[in-house]
Ligand binder design. Structure first.
Ligand code: THU
Length: 142
């Protein structure tokens, strides 16, 4: 949904949090009223962000992570080096199961996945922690 050039600096996720918090404001979530923003950094150091986009035909809605990944691919990125999901829930907001698999396509087992609220990063996991023994392109011999 949006791309922001950023230097590859160690900022402890601050730039990703800012991008996810910003795009989350534009989430289309009239049914769940649960707004989610996601931001990722690609292999070029570029940040891409996406929000959830719900639909009156409920299953057609898409997650924030799917939007951020689509923006990355559309701009020529193919590797996720770090990703952050921002939501304001009662518990930790981590990527849903389907989104863990979407991330898996473009990330490695050690890729950091940050679970955040608008106030900051709550916890950081690796992809392997959230999706162990996963199925990926290599499984197909790609
Ligand atoms: N949602 C996301 O955007 N990402 C996730 O990983 C968890 C769930 C969205 C989907 C739906 O629009 C709303 O949050 C409630 O499930």
């Amino acid at each position: 949904m949006q791309a922001t050039d950023s230097a590859r600096v160690e900022d402890n996720g601050a730039a990703l949090l800012a991008a996810a918090r910003d795009v989350r404001e534009r989430a289309h979530a009239p049914y769940s009223r649960f707004r989610v923003g996601a931001a990722l950094r690609d292999e070029h150091g570029t940040i891409h962000a996406g929000c959830n986009v719900e639909n009156a035909a409920y299953p057609v809605g898409t997650c924030a992570e799917a939007g951020a990944i689509a923006a990355m691919v559309a701009s020529g990125g193919l590797r996720i080096t770090e990703i952050l999901v921002c939501g304001d829930g009662a518990g930790l907001v981590t990527p849903c199961g389907a989104c863990r698999q979407r991330i898996r396509e473009f990330a490695g087992p050690d890729t950091p996945i940050h679970a955040a609220t608008p106030d900051g990063i709550a916890r950081t996991f690796t992809l392997a922690e959230l999706l162990p023994e996963s199925f990926g392109p290599e499984t197909l011999g790609e």
